[in-house]
Design a protein around this ligand. Structure first.
Ligand code: PMP
Length: 363
């Protein structure tokens, strides 16, 4: 806990830290939003007040990413995991190939869902290297006739991240759940981008999808209404009741990103934050061992181990006692992980780097 404002040193992987300023705005507006005498949670999703919140959030996202006009931006529910199913359900038919690039458990899960609908192929996998790296694009044999190519832009569990995306003939689809809004990207490289909100965008419960209209037109029709992308694009994401409070929070997070100076500034800030912790790893003479290969390192999730397993347990216990939250690695891989999403302050990362130096000096 930092003493000045009682905020934890929060390195949770998601749900994760939100900007303090955003939480303060939400607190102020919680019981009387915009002089309505109601909380945002109490507004009708068809009211003018909510409609403005909703449309402004979409407009802000479009502007921050310079989303071209031939794309729709929609809000869905069901988390990123539902996208694993919705994508093949909408775009993959029995016998049709889709290319999946496996860089971790989340891409494996996406592939498993696609197998229920068509004939997806893992065109690349770094599993044999314990998912320590992102594959080299030149070594991937894409099938140009595939229905689409699927990749995970940032691997939350292993701490790896794509730096440059492949240029593919088949429509490129990316799960950006854990690095959306962390840096500028060229949306026009992708046919579909999706992300659960609970890392860089806001609270859990909202999923953002950016989808190119020509892909949308290729979707199959024999799908349940609420699992069809067109249901949401044709109804401005208001076919049924959306997660209104989550969308409101997302809108406030987007305003905060604008106030920070936009995505270029956010990216520079994220680089500086991650450097503090990677430097503590690299300068430790093997006391701390990074999981990801250097060229594939994530600026969002920093994964490492201690050379000695007993000492690792002690590190995590002492870090917890010192007020650091969320430093345990994912249950599937163990070790340590610091998630340094947009809202994690520089000072919090500095505090962790200082703690790492001090712990090493002591042991
Ligand atoms: N993809 C990635 C990259 C993730 O990190 C996660 C969750 N941490 C998921 C998908 C699954 O997201 P959800 O829990 O929103 O279904």
């Amino acid at each position: 806990m930092s003493t000045t404002n009682q905020r934890a040193f929060n390195f949770n992987a998601g749900p994760s830290a939100l900007p303090l300023e955003v939480l303060q705005i939400a607190e102020k507006q919680l019981i009387n939003f915009n002089n309505t005498g109601m909380s945002v949670m109490e507004l009708s999703h068809r009211s003018k007040d909510f409609e403005q919140v909703h449309n402004e959030a979409i407009a802000r996202l479009r502007q921050l990413y310079a989303v071209p006009d031939n794309y729709e931006v929609i809000f869905l529910q069901g988390g990123a995991s539902l996208q694993f199913s919705m994508i093949p359900m909408n775009f993959l038919q029995s016998g049709e190939q889709a290319d999946y690039i496996l860089t971790g458990v989340w891409s494996e899960k996406a592939l498993a869902e696609a197998k229920l609908f068509g004939a997806p192929v893992a065109v690349a996998s770094t599993k044999d290297n314990h998912y320590k790296n992102i594959p080299s694009v030149h070594q991937i044999n894409f099938n140009d006739a595939a229905a689409y190519v699927h990749l995970t832009s940032n691997n939350t569990i292993y701490g790896t991240q794509w730096k440059d995306f492949p240029t593919t003939i088949a429509p490129l689809i990316a799960d950006m759940s854990s690095d959306i809004l962390s840096k500028p990207i060229d949306v026009s490289k992708f046919a579909l981008i999706y992300a659960g909100a609970q890392k860089n965008l806001g609270p859990s419960g909202v999923t953002v999808v950016i989808i190119r209209k020509d892909l949308l037109e290729k979707a199959h029709n024999n799908i349940p209404t609420t699992l069809k992308y067109s249901t949401f694009t044709e109804n401005n994401s208001l076919y049924n009741t959306p997660p209104t409070f989550g969308i409101y929070m997302l809108g406030e997070v987007l305003k905060w990103v604008e106030k920070q100076g936009g995505l270029e500034k956010i990216a520079t800030h994220n680089e500086a934050k991650a450097k503090l912790i990677y430097d503590a790893i690299d300068g430790s003479n093997g006391f701390y061992i990074g999981h990801a290969e250097k060229e594939s390192r994530s600026l969002m999730n920093i994964t490492f181990r201690l050379a000695d397993e007993e000492l690792e347990k002690q590190f995590l216990a002492e870090a917890k006692a010192a007020g650091f939250v969320g430093l345990n690695g994912h249950r599937s891989v163990g070790g340590c992980r610091a998630s340094t999403y947009n809202a994690v302050p520089y000072e919090t990362c500095k505090a962790l780097a200082d703690f790492m130096h001090a712990f090493q000096a002591k042991h």
